[in-house]
Design a protein. Structure first.
Lengths: 282, 332
């Protein structure tokens, strides 16, 4: 519905006929309109981030803290030395920080939805997916910051990624894609839960198993069979393995393909669930 | 030309659990009119508006906006109306300018046109000086104006105003009324809810009185007021014991019973015309009944309610004054 208004103060048609109504309105948003609305909502989210810089704490401080903490804590025990552990743990931390950043997506969506402005969003003829996907597009920036800082911390600690600059950039891109996909899980929780606190609580219960019951911090071979079975189907494991291939070996392996398939599967399940649940709020 | 009604609703129902917030309301709003929905807090006004605006699912009955079925075609419905809520629905994190730009973009207005529209609306609503200030610095009146401006970006032919002046000072309220009149002069149809009889009287061509989710009366402001008298004489008797005698005097003179508050010696008399007050006062003096205070006012919503429903507006502590909002909260 592109209503071009060169003169917005102009008089609306005095009396509408059914024909006027038909020409004034469309039956649904086109894909182009949906993308445009999503980008407008992303623009809103970046404005919000700029005015509330504390939103960046989780993606700036946590990568520094977690990288140093896990590397020194577990490095000696698992790989013999911190140096030897870094190639294993940096991609793991990458996935972990991306997941924490995703969790904030759900919490903030819930907070946002309580505000009066969401009544207006709901009353506008905009695609129902735009208010959900828009902030997630803006969050790509957060994933980029988090993954870059994780790599920088690792490099400062002596990590030398075998994949070189290209491998690292590809690893960062994969982390951003994974972050965006997994964020749909938390967005779904955000549209379901009754308050921001409960989103936080539920998200924790999802996030901890997803990150720790993966190959992010430990090699799968060290785990008991039942746990290894879960770890192997956990989408986070796919992402971590693929990130290791990219950053450490500079190779686009089949693991990268599987990681992307896992991401697509998460989106295919949770995006429709989120939109449905958001609509029910109306 | 085939003129379709702006709003046509039959038997609208919204239930929250056992509570029927809207209980079978019919509504018919012709194009170009200002239609007022009058009722106390919790009567179901906001719930009704939200159903018509696709913000709440319709549990029963049907509604059409310009002939478009609200339930079947919410997307088309949304393109035909602008909603201005009770609490300003603008983005606190953005400036006034950014708000209008965003809402324009979200409705498919091209970037440059969105900027121009924002500038024009800010000027029209006297907000250009505050254009780049964050909303958190806005007064209540400024927020309402911005909220209304945001509803007008695409010039929708129908505007819903949910209690547009609740909480505003008298001067700002007057400005809002002028703006609403201009909208209609420009071809809009307006459906507004209000708690103030005065507001409905000033603005609306027709009024529906809503009580406990039902429509209890409908008509022009004059018809409505005629049912309670055009003004009310308020008296306080020197001796509360004289009340029965005073009531008898009024009954003989006007043929109607006054409303009594026994404990305070107060008495309210509905009058067809304000000058009948003198007749009442003269008769009371002739009957030797002393009076400590006298005033003549327009009837209040309470009196309209009492006349129409036989009970008051129910804004007492034991009855949930905000049942509407509370039920909505619970439903979330």
């Amino acid at each position: 519905m592109t209503l071009q208004m060169t003169k917005p103060v102009a008089v609306a048609p005095r009396r509408l006929t059914p024909d006027d109504v038909a020409t004034r309105t469309t039956s649904h948003n086109s894909l182009r309109e949906t993308v445009g609305q999503t980008m407008s909502m992303a623009w809103r989210a970046t404005k919000k981030m700029r005015r509330n810089p504390e939103q960046f704490f989780d993606v700036t401080i946590q990568p520094l803290l977690f990288t140093a903490m896990f590397a020194y804590l577990l490095g000696g025990g698992l790989s013999g030395s911190v140096q030897a552990y870094l190639p294993l743990v940096i991609p793991g931390i990458l996935a972990q920080t991306a997941l924490t950043a995703c969790m904030a997506t759900g919490v903030q969506l819930r907070e946002d939805m309580e505000k009066g402005v969401f009544d207006r969003f709901k009353s506008l003829p905009m695609a129902r997916i735009a208010p959900l996907a828009g902030p997630m597009v803006a969050d790509l920036l957060r994933y980029a910051i988090a993954s870059t800082l994780t790599f920088l911390t690792g490099i400062a600690m002596g990590y030398r990624p075998g994949g070189g600059a290209v491998g690292v950039v590809l690893a960062i891109l994969l982390t951003m894609i994974a972050g965006w996909s997994l964020a749909w899980v938390f967005t779904w929780v955000g549209t379901l839960a009754r308050s921001a606190q409960s989103v936080q609580g539920i998200s924790m219960m999802i996030m901890f198993p997803l990150t720790f019951m993966s190959n992010a911090l430990v090699p799968v071979e060290t785990l008991p069979g039942w746990l290894a079975a879960f770890v192997k189907v956990n989408p986070v494991s796919y992402v971590v393995t693929a990130t290791r291939d990219l950053a450490n070996d500079g190779q686009v392996t089949g693991h990268v393909g599987w990681a992307l398939v896992a991401c697509a599967a998460v989106i295919a399940i949770f995006a429709p669930l989120s939109v449905r649940s958001y609509k029910r709020h109306l | 030309m085939n003129h379709i009604p702006a709003v046509h609703a039959e038997g609208l129902v919204k239930s929250f659990g056992d509570f029927r917030a809207v209980d079978g309301v019919d509504l018919h709003v012709a194009q170009g009119e200002i239609y007022g929905v009058l009722g106390p807090n919790g009567a179901g006004k906001t719930t009704m508006l939200k159903m018509l605006a696709t913000l709440l699912p319709i549990d029963g009955g049907r509604a059409e906006i310009f002939g478009v079925d609200v339930r079947r075609d919410p997307h088309r419905t949304r393109q035909l109306l602008g909603v201005t809520g009770q609490y300003a629905s603008v983005d606190e994190n953005l400036t006034a300018n950014e708000n209008l730009w965003l809402f324009g973009r979200l409705q498919g207005v091209a970037g440059k046109a969105a900027r121009n529209t924002a500038a024009q609306l800010l000027e029209q609503f006297g907000l250009q000086e505050a254009a780049d200030k964050p909303i958190s610095q806005f007064s209540g009146g400024m927020r309402r104006r911005l909220d209304l401006a945001a509803s007008l970006i695409t010039r929708p032919p129908l505007i819903f105003l949910d209690e547009p002046t609740t909480g505003l000072d008298p001067r700002t309220r007057g400005q809002m009324w002028d703006t609403i009149r201009e909208l209609v002069a420009g071809g809009c149809t307006v459906l507004l809810t209000t708690q103030y009889l005065d507001e409905a009287d000033q603005l609306a061509d027709r009024i529906a009185v809503i009580d406990r989710g039902r429509k209890v009366a409908e008509g022009t402001p004059d018809e409505l007021k005629a049912s309670v008298g055009n003004s009310t004489l308020r008296l306080r008797l020197t001796d509360a014991a004289d009340q029965a005698a005073a009531a008898e005097v009024v009954r003989q003179l006007l043929g109607e019973d006054p409303v009594l508050s026994p404990e305070s010696g107060r008495m309210n008399v509905a009058l067809d015309a304000a000058d009948r007050a003198a007749d009442v006062l003269i008769r009371l003096r002739e009957a030797g009944i002393g009076i400590t205070s006298v005033s003549v006012d327009a009837p209040t919503l309470d009196e309209v309610f009492l006349a129409l429903t036989g009970h008051d507006t129910g804004d007492s502590p034991d009855q949930p004054a905000n049942a509407d909002e509370r039920q909505l909260e619970a439903a979330r």
